[in-house]
Design a protein around this ligand. Structure first.
Ligand SMILES: Nc1ncnc2c1ncn2[C@@H]1O[C@H](COP(=O)(O)OP(=O)(O)OP(=O)(O)O)[C@@H](O)[C@H]1O
Ligand SMILES: [Mg+2]
Length: 416
């Protein structure tokens, strides 16, 4: 037991962890140049695997580098990655590491990341090269036009034609209240396949009017009340800052598959609005890129796929982690500080997990209960022995590896 405890502390393993050793500066500049030229020609990818840290076994004196190979992962089966950590311990840093790795190694894979905190993500930003070199990390640079910021309510609105009824009702349903108009709206929405496609507010108003006219022929309905409530609904849509109803807009005009698309949720305070943006965006991505592997990173995953309730965002996340990741090579990266509030069905589908820093026993137990990896034996011991866990350090487990779990140290991201 004592020997095991000793080995548990990877710092006491006696050997220095293997890290990138830059040879001399000229070679280093060359590397950087080569990359810039390649990406500058708008050809992403071709780099293969990206080193993101190293892992060591709690049971054997064994250390190896941890690589991320996006291209290989997206062939056939994708992966669902979850990172759990308290505040300020390296969740966003890992998001940056993953995102830049997908950007650098894949060609035309749609990348959509959601930013919760202002200024969290910016892939033209570089870490100080001296600092990176001192940590043994290879500095890299992404081109100036590697990213596209989508700011809901400003340069990003959800096209009316793409919105689903349940999503819409969750979002503005409360504001219109329950009324006789609801039935009409529902009918119009479910009847969108044929002539009534209402891509704009005008077409939506026409479709509603058609239904009202058929009602008028019947005696029982109070048409003026219905009309008032429909008009109120149309006004809400017209004035809504998150919905594009004045012109037709296709999702492929919004998402740039050559860039990192950053959906900036930091200016939205309301959970309902954020859920609407997340669910509509993911669903549009699913509809437009169904069979193309995509990379999606979501922070505060428990807000969108909570234990209680089943919001539209939870439904789409569930579909992504089951169907799209399993069959179409999608890669999903989820970040949370509250694993106990994350929907267990999502947790069950996690393929690899990072647990950074200290996570309380209660949270850990809730997480481990739903995870498919066997972590319980090691977790308690780990927290008992390791009192000084650094940023980006903790436990790592993957379902593809019998030797799971490991202790992990992840690197500081060179960009983002
Ligand atoms: N792997 C790492 N190695 C070294 N330093 C790191 C690492 N990860 C994070 N840091 C440092 O810790 C700081 C906080 O990290 P980060 O923003 O990723 O945490 P977070 O978990 O996302 O925090 P929050 O909960 O506030 O969003 C970073 O600015 C960075 O300097
Ligand atoms: Mg963060």
């Amino acid at each position: 037991m004592d020997a095991l405890l000793l080995k548990l502390k990877h710092r006491e393993l006696g050997s220095d962890p293997p890290r990138y050793q830059p040879r001399d500066p000229p070679r280093y500049e060359l590397l950087e140049k080569k990359r810039v030229i390649r990406v500058g020609r708008k050809i992403r990818g071709g780099e293969g695997a990206v080193e993101i840290g190293y892992i060591s076994s709690p049971f054997k004196p064994y250390i190896r580098k941890l690589y991320l190979n996006p291209e290989r992962r997206s062939l056939g089966e994708g992966k669902v990655t979850l990172v759990v950590a308290p505040k300020g311990v390296g969740k966003t840093n890992l998001t940056r590491l993953y995102t830049q790795a997908f950007y650098r190694t894949t060609r035309k894979m749609p990348i959509v990341v959601f930013q919760e905190k202002r200024g969290d993500l910016d892939f033209t930003r570089k870490e100080d090269p001296e600092k990176l070199m001192s940590m043994g990390i290879e500095p890299i640079k992404l081109p100036e036009d590697c990213q596209k910021f989508l700011i809901p309510g400003e340069n990003y609105r959800i096209p009316l034609a793409e919105i689903e009824y349940s999503e819409l009702m969750e979002y503005i349903g409360k504001r219109i209240g329950s009324s006789q108009g609801d039935r009409i709206i529902q009918r119009v929405w479910y009847d969108r396949k044929g002539r009534n496609r209402h891509r704009t507010l005008e077409e939506l108003a026409e479709a509603c009017e058609e239904v009202i006219e058929t009602m008028e022929e019947r005696e029982d309905a109070n048409i003026s009340i219905v009309r008032t409530s429909i008009n109120r609904f149309l006004d809400l849509i017209e004035l809504d800052r998150l919905i594009e109803s004045s012109r037709e807009l296709s999702f492929r005009e919004i998402i740039d598959e050559e860039k990192i698309n950053i959906v900036d949720l930091s200016r939205i305070g309301d959970d309902e609005e954020r859920r609407f943006v997340v669910s509509a965006t993911l669903r549009m991505l699913e509809r437009n890129y169904h069979e193309t592997p995509c990379f999606v990173a979501l922070t505060e995953a428990h807000v969108y796929a909570p234990v209680a309730g089943n919001p539209a965002s939870a439904k789409v996340i569930n579909r992504i982690v089951t169907v799209l990741a399993r069959s179409y090579g999608w890669n999903v990266f989820l970040e949370t500080q509250s694993p106990q509030n994350l929907n267990p069905r999502v947790v069950e589908n996690v393929d690899e997990v990072f647990i950074f820093g200290f996570t309380s026993k209660k949270k850990r137990e809730a997480l481990i209960r739903s995870l498919q990896m066997k972590l319980e034996d090691v977790a308690d011991l780990f927290y008992y022995v390791c009192k000084d866990i650094g940023k980006g350090e903790g436990l790592y487990a993957t379902i593809n590896d019998q030797s799971t779990p490991y202790f992990v140290v992840t690197y500081l991201s060179p960009v983002g």
